[in-house]
Write a protein that binds this ligand. Structure first.
Ligand SMILES: *Cc1c(COP(=O)(O)O)cnc(C)c1O
Length: 354
């Protein structure tokens, strides 16, 4: 740290993303990317002509994309906020709605970025313990009296809660914003976005990174009441109005024209998820029920850390956290059938070598 670093951030600990090693080719099951490329329409849309316009700034209001998204989710354009990845959306939400007088609560085990945003913006954070088996009990959030951020499905467990539970939380916290991070909702959970007309305190965050195969394009969005969206836009236009670049914009528009392709990919991931869970069970693994494109699984014979390390040596990357509640587990992204077979074969070999 330089001697010029603001004292405000001196003790800030940055988020540590899943490793993106460049040393050799891994079967990459550690950052919940899609194993499928963007749709053929997306690949065709990012063409020479579009690259040739990079001398011009993109539309800061993203009007064409915004209206396509609004049509896709049957909301008004005024209900859509767009940013550079849903990490960016979340950052703006923490900044816009929380401060020292408006604290935030989130589960003690969830997306690792939430506590980082809280500290970045000096927001007091309450970490609400999950119940046994990483179960999120809605009662624990009813009438909390502060802003709430939930991932549904949650990470790294993959567990989802029903929309009725989200509704209970919204109804009992009418004076606080409830952010529901639906990064993984397309893989089998139910979205609560239909509640945005009823609850002006609901902000639903989504991303093109997972189910729409565009992690490298960086596009996230939120759906919510006109007023919440206005607040987010005020901050975006005070930061970087051009944060969504031209190529990502045309790619995303084309993605919205390829819904069938992505739906089919999500179905394939769900099939590969059941397949993997079942095969792992036969190898002695216990897996938390997942509605996401990853599973959180443990083996009684190996610690999470050992399994992670041995898989890495064998060219398979998974995610592991050296924390008391998580260290027995690894989180495995669900990839193609071929990738899952490589994983399963390597797991079997590791168990056999003892
Ligand atoms: C991947 C992920 C995000 C961030 O996605 P980006 O749009 O790529 O920034 C947000 N929330 C959760 C829970 C995630 O797992």
């Amino acid at each position: 740290m330089s001697r010029y670093m603001s004292a405000r951030f001196a003790s800030l600990e940055a988020y540590v993303p899943g490793e993106q090693p460049q040393d050799k080719k891994y079967v990459k099951l550690n950052t919940n990317e899609s194993p499928f490329p963007p749709s053929p329409q997306v690949i065709a849309a990012v063409n020479r002509e579009q690259v040739g316009r990079l001398n011009l700034y993109p539309d800061p209001e993203c009007r064409r994309l915004c209206s396509k998204l609004a049509a896709c989710y049957q909301v008004k354009e005024e209900n859509v906020f767009l940013a550079n990845g849903s990490d960016d959306v979340l950052n703006f939400a923490f900044m816009a709605f929380c401060d020292s007088a408006r604290p935030v609560a989130f589960p003690d085990i969830s997306y690792g970025f939430y506590p980082v945003y809280a500290r970045l913006h000096n927001i007091p954070a309450r970490e609400i313990p999950l119940r046994e088996g990483f179960v999120l009990a809605a009662e624990d959030y009813c009438g909390l009296g502060c802003n709430i951020v939930l991932a549904n499905p949650n990470a790294p467990s993959g567990r989802a809660i029903p929309v009725e539970d989200v509704e209970k939380i919204l109804r009992t916290n009418p004076d606080h914003v409830v952010v529901v991070d639906e990064a993984y909702v397309d893989f089998g959970a139910e979205s609560c976005r239909r509640l945005i007309d009823t609850y002006d305190n609901l902000l639903v965050c989504m991303t093109f990174s997972k189910s729409r195969s565009m992690a490298g394009g960086r596009l996230g969005f939120a759906l919510g009441s006109r007023e919440l969206i206005e607040d987010l836009n005020k901050l975006k236009f005070s930061t970087n109005p051009y944060s969504i670049n031209r190529l990502t914009m045309v790619a995303a528009e084309a993605a919205l024209d390829s819904q069938d392709y992505y739906l089919q990919n999500c179905r394939t991931i769900a099939e590969n998820r059941s397949y993997t869970v079942e095969k792992l069970a036969r190898l002695g693994f216990t897996t938390i029920p997942s509605q996401a494109n990853f599973i959180f699984t443990r083996c009684s014979k190996l610690s999470g850390g050992t399994l992670y390390q041995k898989l890495k040596e064998r060219g398979v990357l998974v995610r592991y956290w050296n924390k008391p509640a998580l260290k027995d587990y690894v989180r495995v992204t669900i990839g193609s059938k071929e990738q899952m077979d490589v994983l399963l074969n390597q797991v079997q070999a590791i168990l056999e070598e003892g």
